[in-house]
Design a protein around this ligand. Sequence first.
Ligand code: AMP
Length: 117
Amino acid sequence: MAEETIFSKIIRKEIPADVVYQDDLVTAFRDVQPQAPTHILIVPNKEIPTVDDVTAEDEPAMGRMLRVAAELAREEGLAEDGYRLIINCGDHGGQEVYHIHMHLLGGRRLGRMLGGS
Ligand code: AMP
């Protein structure tokens, strides 16, 4: 069993978060430090630390994350102008919370793919 992060407590509604979607496989909530007008995190309900830990049994949750991201992007009015989905993996990927999460970012032109150090 992976070590639990704060995201598991958000999924179980044990600590407050702005949850915008939840089903049997995934939960989505607004990032506490938004980097764009829309910044939502989509996470599997199961504790999976990184993309490197994904197994075949996780494929339904991984697919659901993508579909929910697209649906939330539509709801947020981002579909026409576009948006960005990011999953950071590990130290060099800049991952801070070790429970897989997909960032949905949009609402402004996001510029270059990689910025900063
Ligand atoms: P990453 O660097 O890809 O691991 O992203 C972690 C993200 O989680 C950052 O954008 C944080 O702002 C966000 N975050 C950390 N704690 C919380 C929280 N309690 N509620 C919402 N977002 C959070």
